[in-house]
Design a protein around this ligand. Structure first.
Ligand code: GDP
Ligand code: MG
Length: 440
């Protein structure tokens, strides 16, 4: 795994007080191998390493105070630049509706991503219309209708037409009539890049003149995804790329090469099958994630989107003042569940990335019922200060009252304690990030 390899390399580097030139050469050699192994395009790797070398030498790094940190910062910055530097948004039409055309091969995630994108942009105040223009696979139309239904977002179809251009035009008209300001067209793909597909898309592009053409590619396919991106871009002049399945066991190569090879930014990343698993793509955060600095900003944003803001502020106050009680813990657990799989959330927190020891923190739906029962069997004092108040006989009483065992009570207390620590760490980090101290 790319992140793990790079982190190992830098751990070695950090362990050294002063760096010799050969330390740096060795570290860069390992970075190079890690990138190649992660399926990053060969030429991209070559240019990347050359740039870093240049900066390392140019900045008289070997004499600097904390050279290891400095190298890591340079690698971070260059990784981020490689992926475009900053987040790119989609082009909005000066006069609505904005028409977005989703293109890509079969199975890349076009239909799912169309629905996810509509969902995401609706949260930002847009009124989306989904358009089923994958005319070759009847199941694809149905699929989009189901997804639209789940999200309560309208889906435009033309039953009697097999012409994507006609569908696109009719959809845009319908959007104008119904006050929808965003039209997302799910187009047909093929198993592989071929002339039939390209001619069809070029034709659609000319006839419909979308404001944005987004290519959807599957991160799991690594270098192949980059080749696909190059092929599409040469015919369609893409506006951006959506990289899907970044939640899977990808080697990360596609994320690092796409921008460098095509010159087109990754605008969104798909990180799961659920309809809220689409994130704006932030190169600097991705670089942080790869280098094991976690991804605090994404996490914080996600938390803000899902948490009740007022409750969040209260919770933060409590944690800061160390008044976080078991009652709050219970609230917290039910809220955290809304964020998504706990493992994925925790993976974004620096230092907690090695998800194995996190098993202790896992709480599933069934367990939540027990947790609730245990906490409800406690007195107000016990909930407020379990460490101080709880002894063996009280624990027995609680176990009996909740139909659990003393062991389970202890386990809950341990989880509570760990959560408290983690929250504290989380707050400190958030503070640091706000100060702009990204590297730690
Ligand atoms: P299309 O043929 O390009 O329209 O692809 P679909 O939208 O039908 O997606 C193909 C499969 O990939 C479906 O099973 C999706 O659930 C899955 N998929 C799409 N995006 C993601 C993602 O970001 N993560 C994961 N894990 N699966 C995804
Ligand atoms: Mg589809």
């Amino acid at each position: 795994n790319l992140a793990e390899r790079l982190q190992d390399t830098f751990k070695k580097l950090r362990g050294k007080g002063r760096l010799t030139e050969s330390d740096v050469t060795e570290a860069l050699r390992e970075v190079r191998l890690a990138l190649l192994e992660a399926d990053v395009n060969f030429k991209v790797v070559k240019d990347f390493i050359a740039k870093i070398k240049e900066r390392v030498v140019g900045q008289e790094l070997l004499a600097s105070l904390n050279p290891a940190q400095h190298v890591i910062k340079i690698v971070h910055d260059e990784l981020s630049l490689l992926m475009g530097g900053s987040n790119s948004k989609i082009n909005l039409a000066p006069k609505p509706p904005t028409v977005v055309m989703m293109v890509g091969l079969n199975g890349a995630g076009k239909t799912t991503t169309s629905a996810k994108l509509a969902n995401l942009l609706r949260k930002q105040g847009r009124r989306p219309l989904l358009v089923a223009a994958d005319v070759y696979r009847p199941a694809a139309v149905k699929q989009l209708q189901v997804l639209g239904g789940q999200l309560n977002i309208p889906v435009f179809t033309l039953n009697d037409s097999k012409a994507p251009v006609a569908i696109g035009r009719a959809a845009a008209d319908s959007a104008v009539q119904n006050g929808q300001d965003l039209v997302i067209i799910d187009t047909a793909g093929r198993q592989e890049v071929n002339e039939e597909l390209m001619a069809e898309l070029v034709n659609m592009n000319e006839a419909i003149a979308p404001h944005e053409i987004l290519l959807v590619i599957d991160a799991m396919t690594g270098q192949a995804a980059v080749n696909v991106a190059e092929a599409f871009n040469s015919r369609l002049d893409l506006d951006g790329v959506v990289l899907t399945k970044l939640d899977g066991d990808t080697r990360g190569g596609a994320a690092l090469s796409v921008r460098a090879v095509t010159g087109k930014p990754i605008k969104f990343a798909g990180v799961g099958e659920k309809l809220d698993a689409l994130e704006p793509f932030y190169p600097d955060r991705m670089a942080e994630r790869i280098l094991g600095m976690g991804d605090m900003l994404t996490l914080i944003e996600k938390a803000q989107e899902n948490f009740d803001a007022e409750q969040m502020v209260q919770m933060q106050k409590k944690i800061r003042s160390l008044e976080f009680t078991l009652d709050d813990f219970l609230d917290q657990l039910s809220q955290v569940k809304k964020l998504g799989p706990l493992e994925q959330i925790l993976g974004m927190i620096p230092g907690l990335g090695g998800a194995k020891k996190l098993k202790d923190l896992q709480v599933d739906e069934k367990e939540l019922v027990y947790v609730e029962a245990i906490i409800h069997s406690m007195t107000a004092d016990e909930r407020r200060e379990p460490e101080r108040v709880l002894n063996g006989s009280r624990k027995k009483r609680i176990a009996r009252g909740s139909g659990t065992s003393v062991q389970e009570v202890n386990r809950l207390l341990k989880q509570f304690d760990q959560t408290k620590k983690m929250m504290k760490q989380f707050m400190d980090m958030e503070k640091n990030l706000k100060k702009g101290g990204k590297m730690s």
